[in-house]
Write a protein that binds this ligand. Structure first.
Ligand SMILES: C[S@@+](CC[C@H](N)C(=O)[O-])C[C@H]1O[C@@H](n2cnc3c(N)ncnc32)[C@H](O)[C@@H]1O
Length: 219
């Protein structure tokens, strides 16, 4: 479908990395990115950006896209807004088109004691705002309320650490480092705790799961 030429929507495209890679890899397809913040990517003939808040409605007609993609939008969307947003995304899909959502379940697996404490506080803050840190695990049941069939689900585990999990572990570590640096001053009591809690990842072999759900709009 993408090789032949498809209309693709990247919802909450952020810096536009995914959209840009797709645009390069599938020159016959057209990628539309939507976000409230301009992406930083170079101008491409088969990518264009629309500045809009998707919670106010997705600004496209019914049955416009062959493939709608969402990745890591959860921290911008309250739990109660997800059913309405997903229904909007299905509205703009053509019959037979595909909806794919990838979100990370914030529940850490095998965290050390400092990281566990940090993570619990972080999740408390999210819940107080109305964001569900475990939304990723609810996605399959939300998909089943929509006119999508078949619905397929899976997950990928992301190990975190400098020594026990190779390149992927290091990449995850640098990603978490950025989050910890932003959140730490609201959550941690001691200054040196930020360093300590990520060092635990190698000792405890910490990992996290990202869930992927894919559904096809009924014909
Ligand atoms: C964590 S970034 C993910 C970016 C991209 N999807 C990726 O995986 O690289 C989340 C993005 O969603 C956007 N976002 C959050 N709420 C939004 C909304 N209501 N409407 C449009 N974009 C939104 C944010 O501006 C941000 O760029």
């Amino acid at each position: 479908m993408l090789r032949k030429g498809a209309q693709v929507l990247d919802v909450g495209c952020g810096p536009g990395f995914w959209a840009s890679e797709m645009a390069h890899e599938y020159p016959n397809s057209h990628i539309t990115g939507i976000d409230t913040v301009e992406p930083g990517i170079d101008r491409l003939v088969n990518f264009h950006f629309v500045n809009a808040n998707v919670l106010l409605g997705v600004p496209f007609g019914d049955e416009t896209f062959d493939y709608v993609f969402v990745r890591h939008l959860n921290f911008g969307i309250l739990e109660g807004d997800w059913p309405r947003l997903l229904a909007e995304l299905v509205r703009v899909l053509k019959p037979g088109g595909w909806l794919e959502v990838l979100e990370t379940d914030m529940q850490l697996h095998r965290p050390g004691p400092h990281l566990e404490r940090f993570s619990q506080k972080f999740m408390e803050i999210q819940r107080a705002k109305g964001v569900n840190p475990a939304l990723a695990r609810l996605l399959p049941s939300l998909f089943l309320t929509l006119p999508l069939s078949p619905v397929r689900k899976g997950y990928l585990s992301f190990p975190c650490g400098k020594t026990w999990a190779g390149k992927l572990g290091k990449l995850t570590m640098s990603d978490w480092q950025a989050t910890v640096n932003v959140v730490a001053r609201h959550v941690l009591d001691e200054e040196n705790e930020a360093e300590q809690l990520l060092n635990e990842c190698d000792e405890y072999k910490t990992f996290i799961n990202s869930h992927i759900v894919i559904g096809r709009k009924k014909l």
